[in-house]
Design a protein around this ligand. Structure first.
Ligand code: 1GP
Length: 257
């Protein structure tokens, strides 16, 4: 006999694809999405108001929260403060299952497919899954591909994985396609936070053409030109963190076309 799902579970599944639906709409309509990455370790809580004002005046569409080393209390507190000042969707971009907190709007459920470390392919996901199933927020499975960027990045060190060579678009395409076929809903091409070189244009273009799901590009984007090129080559969303941390006036440079 087929058991009926309790109503409460059905209700939990309603409205849990809003963030992804909006990303797909942008993908279909070739609209540009911009996520600002906030790392609780690097943010001065006294300057949040000024930061929020800049974000509210910028073309930013999403806030990503995460970092390689931060703990959940700091993340929860940062989200609480930001929610008072900014209306944008807040998405967890976790480096570890311990960074999952309930007051975000959603989470990128990352699968580090460029690497061969089982912890980042399935271990952390197994730890996180029971926690996420109890939470009523959106979980977006994301194929996460680390791309060589001219130096060792925090993701490389923490995950103990090798990035895909920046000259090997064939490997990047095959990995992205495997990610799509495994059921991931997004491809994230990551050069690493503070990367010396961002993901090569040609690689973005080849990957974006090879899959039917939106591509996110991040890491080392510091100029309006690099931002525009990422979109022109097929990125639906670009993620920027360091450029704003180093120079808050960078918001002014990207605010007007
Ligand atoms: C890192 O892709 C993001 O995960 C953003 O990188 O800090 O270099 O902008 P940056």
């Amino acid at each position: 006999m087929i058991q009926k799902k309790p109503l409460v579970l059905l209700e939990m599944n309603v409205n849990t694809t809003k963030i992804y639906s909006e990303i797909v709409t942008a993908f279909v309509n070739k609209k540009r999405l911009l996520a600002i990455l906030l790392d609780p370790d690097k943010i001065d809580f006294y300057e949040i108001k000024q930061l929020a004002e800049k974000i509210n005046l910028s073309p930013a569409t999403h806030i990503f929260i995460g970092g390689s080393l931060v703990f959940s209390e700091a993340i929860e507190q940062l989200i609480e403060e930001i929610k008072k000042l900014i209306q944008l969707p807040i998405i967890l971009f976790p480096g570890h299952p311990s960074q999952i907190v309930e007051n975000a709007d959603g989470i990128l459920f990352l699968n580090l497919l460029s690497g061969r470390n089982p912890d980042y392919l399935i271990g952390h996901q197994v730890k996180a899954a029971p926690v996420l199933k109890k939470m009523n927020f959106e979980v977006i499975p994301t194929a996460y591909l680390l791309i060589e960027s001219g130096g060792k990045t925090a993701v490389e060190v923490v995950s103990k994985t090798n990035p895909i060579s920046r000259h090997d678009s064939t490997e990047a395409v095959a990995t992205a396609q495997a990610g799509e076929l495994m059921g991931n809903k997004l491809i994230y091409l990551e050069a690493g936070s503070g990367a010396i070189q961002s993901v090569p244009e040609e690689m973005i273009q080849k990957v974006a053409k090879s899959v039917a799901i939106p591509v996110i590009v991040g890491g080392g984007i510091r100029t309006k030109k690099a931002l525009d090129l990422a979109y022109q080559n097929g990125a639906t969303m670009v993620v920027i963190g360091t450029a704003f941390e180093v120079n808050i006036e960078f918001f002014n440079q990207i605010s007007h076309d």
